[in-house]
Design a protein around this ligand. Structure first.
Ligand code: MLT
Length: 254
């Protein structure tokens, strides 16, 4: 494994204030097309190691190194003023980025969280890594439908995500699972961004449950919104709500 950061694949679209977009596990920059944010912003959608345009990168087993790769990519593009939006694992990378490098704009965590895995989840990450190494296709086919609340209504999208995820190597999938297992607790990072962070959580998200989030943020001055009729894939399950909230949040000067 290479410990030094490297540049990642990016897709740049639109005009206006820059928004850096970080997708989740088994996704790619393609997830952002649902939200069509380039009508209001310059979107810089980065493909994390192993995913999308970054399929051929070395494997990475830490979220910190993923954040360093994001920094290296943005530095190479001379991008230093931007908002940051991370979906799920992309949110973990976003928090690590903010801790290490700061952030001039706002931070949106979409179906993500700031805590560490408990012991049971840590064990499950290793199970996932082993399953991916043993039978990648089986793992992908069983994992993706469960991200949706009403998967019967999203068959086409599920098939498209599965087909795309088949392109990710088993080594990369296993490494990402280990990286998520090892991720750090980011309560202080969140506190450091304070009002500049907004958490958007699908009301039926089983991976980042809103009930847990509501307990974890008691007493903190964190902006938090529940996304109605959505599970973990809220950008697909309730596209207009997520799109409108992101545009409002990032267009508002306060
Ligand atoms: C993701 O969607 O990025 C992952 O499922 C998040 C996680 O497993 O914690």
């Amino acid at each position: 494994m290479l410990e030094k950061p490297f540049e990642l694949g990016t897709t740049v679209k639109g005009k206006g204030p820059t928004v850096v977009l970080l997708h989740g596990f088994l996704e790619s920059n393609a997830m952002w097309h649902y939200l069509d944010l380039q009508t209001h912003f310059t979107t810089v959608a980065i493909d994390l190691p192993g995913h999308g345009l970054s399929q051929k990168t070395p494997t990475v087993t830490s979220i910190q190194l993923m954040a360093e790769c994001v920094k290296k990519t943005l530095d190479a593009m001379h991008i230093d003023e931007f908002h940051l939006v991370g979906h799920s694992m992309g949110g973990y990378v976003a928090l690590e980025f903010v801790k290490s490098f700061g952030l001039s704009g706002k931070l949106i965590l979409l179906n993500s969280n700031f805590w560490q895995d408990d012991e049971q989840k840590k064990a499950d990450r290793l199970r996932v890594a082993n399953l991916a190494l043993k039978n990648k296709k089986l793992f992908i086919k069983s994992a993706i439908p469960g991200l949706f609340t009403d998967n019967a209504n999203h068959q086409n999208e599920i098939e498209a995500i599965i087909a795309e995820a088949f392109e990710i190597s088993a080594d990369h999938i296993a490494s990402c699972s280990v990286a998520m297992r090892n991720r750090r607790f980011h309560l202080n990072t969140l506190k450091s961004v304070g009002k500049k962070v907004v958490i958007l959580q699908g009301e039926f998200d089983k991976i980042c449950p809103p009930e847990k989030m509501e307990k974890e943020i008691v007493g903190l001055e964190i902006n938090y919104l529940k996304i109605p009729n959505a599970g973990h894939m809220s950008h697909i399950e309730n596209t207009s709500f997520v799109r409108n909230r992101i545009i409002e949040i990032l267009s508002n000067e306060n």
